[in-house]
Design a protein around this ligand. Structure first.
Ligand code: HEM
Length: 437
């Protein structure tokens, strides 16, 4: 196993030599026994994988991603309105919105509520994937020979478990695609990643092979897009609560935009809001949603600066270390968007967006959508809310917050000591909003 702690080395190996560094490790429990060699996250760097990336590229390249902006903007307003109603459910609202957005993008499916059938199944699959992939949990991962034990053998319960989980996850991938097929048949399908691939513009229906590829690629979208964007938004709310001056500065920029334009900003206005952009970069640097990316693996031996890196080496890009390297980002623990503001005579610090989405041929396949999702929600939150520490209702005292982040492949959890952040609705902004409608 090789851990890369510097971005320069990661660019050299995972980027410039990506023909060698683009496989994924394939664990026994979560991979072999759960038959996930076709999973977008586990698939080797082979012809099928290239097909996966082509489909993702067709749907999520910068131009194509723009077609999702209206959906992302609508849902950004909708989530803020929900937060205004029940701020104590902030995290649940963020998660619910991520589910709505991803189900629409992947399948054109409208989520029906908190206990939606497809969302419940998708959430359950994520729980199972995380249990199956937990390092050190399964003896078979360290002693691969155990996979040959018969299922009935005492202690081989993990094999039955893997089979059950495979069926569960595969059904969760399959059912929404069946749903889209039915919708296409009845002429009621809305445009989505799946519907466009099942019924390409050339009029030819997808054959069985392509359909299988669609099942596995569309199925990856929920897992890839929800935790990551929710993680970034939770970090955003935490940062705005902890750094009120930065919040004020970001709000001032948005207010001045709204004064000039007489409307709320949209995703296309992102580049006219440099402070917001700096907050976004700093957010992902300060607490990258995926601090170790997904692990890469070498497909053959390689020599680098005198080191032999053998075939099948697991290579971990330690994004956390890269984003907290004191030489690149002085006082890395500080949340300071000014690092990325252009000041005459001073060089801004390196752009974290070049790192936090991963590297080479396995770089995030939904970066444009991920960025636009978070930017839209940040814009609306800053335009419509004041975010602050909670206040004790009786004493009127501010309740100080200790923030802790979870550790996982995607660090989606933040726990707050008193469990909530206070948000206050800025009524003048909604007036602006109604005006612009
Ligand atoms: C803030 C949001 C997001 C962040 C920070 C993020 C980050 C990442 C990272 C670090 C990786 C691993 C890259 C590597 O192994 O080198 C990854 C992979 C991936 N991401 Fe994202 N992601 C985000 C949102 C999304 C969204 C919205 C989608 C889909 C629409 C998506 C789809 C994927 C897929 C499919 C992969 C696997 C790529 C492969 O194995 O070839 N991500 N992402």
């Amino acid at each position: 196993m090789v851990v890369l702690n510097s971005a320069a080395t990661a660019f050299d190996l995972l980027g410039k030599r990506s023909a060698i560094y683009s496989d994924r490790p394939f664990p026994m429990m979560a991979g072999v026994l759960m038959k996930r060699e076709k999973s977008m996250f586990y698939i080797s760097y082979n012809e099928r994988f290239k097909m996966y990336r082509t489909l993702f590229h067709q749907s999520f390249n910068p131009k194509a991603a723009e077609t999702y902006w209206p959906l992302l903007e609508r849902e950004a307003i909708s989530v803020i309105l929900k937060i205004i109603e029940t701020p104590q459910d902030l995290f649940a609202h963020l998660r619910g919105t991520a589910a709505v957005v991803t189900m629409k993008i992947a399948y054109g499916y409208q989520v029906t509520g908190n206990d939606d059938y497809f969302v419940t199944k998708a959430e359950e699959s994520m729980r199972v994937a995380s249990l199956a992939g937990a390092p050190g949990k399964w003896l078979v991962d360290s002693l691969p020979i155990l996979r040959f034990l018969p299922e009935w053998f005492p202690g081989a319960g993990f094999k039955l478990q893997a089979k059950k989980w495979y069926n569960q996850m595969y059904t969760q991938y399959l059912e929404p695609v069946q749903y889209v097929k039915e919708q296409l048949k009845s002429g009621t399908a809305t445009s989505s990643f799946t519907s466009r691939l099942l019924q390409p513009e050339n009029g030819l229906a997808a054959d069985d092979k392509l359909e299988d590829i669609i099942v596995w690629t569309a199925g990856a979208i929920y897992a890839a897009a929800t935790d990551t964007t929710v993680s970034a938004m939770k970090t955003f709310f935490a940062a705005m609560m902890l750094y009120p001056d930065i919040q004020k500065q970001a709000q001032a920029e948005i207010d001045s935009f709204m004064d000039q334009e007489g409307r709320l900003p949209t995703i296309s206005d992102r580049h006219r809001l440099p402070f917001l952009e700096a907050v976004f970069k700093e957010l992902l640097r300060w607490h990258p949603p995926s601090p170790l990316a997904l692990f890469h693996r070498t497909s053959r031996d390689d020599m680098y600066k005198g080191f032999l890196i053998p075939a099948k080496t697991t290579v971990i890009a330690n994004i956390w270390a890269m984003m907290h390297d004191e030489d690149v980002y002085p006082h890395p623990e500080r949340f300071d968007p000014l690092r990325f503001i252009l000041v005459p005579g001073q060089k801004p610090q390196k752009n974290p967006l070049d790192v936090v989405f991963g590297f080479g041929r396995r770089i995030c396949a939904g970066q444009e959508i991920g960025e636009a999702t978070v930017i839209a929600q940040m814009m609306m939150a800053l335009a419509l809310l004041d975010i602050s520490k909670p206040v004790d209702e009786i004493t009127g005292q501010v309740i100080e917050q200790e923030i802790e982040f979870t550790t996982a492949i995607v660090r989606c959890g933040i726990s707050l000591e008193s469990g909530f952040i206070e948000t206050q609705f800025i009524s003048s902004a909604i007036l602006n909003y109604s005006k612009s409608r």
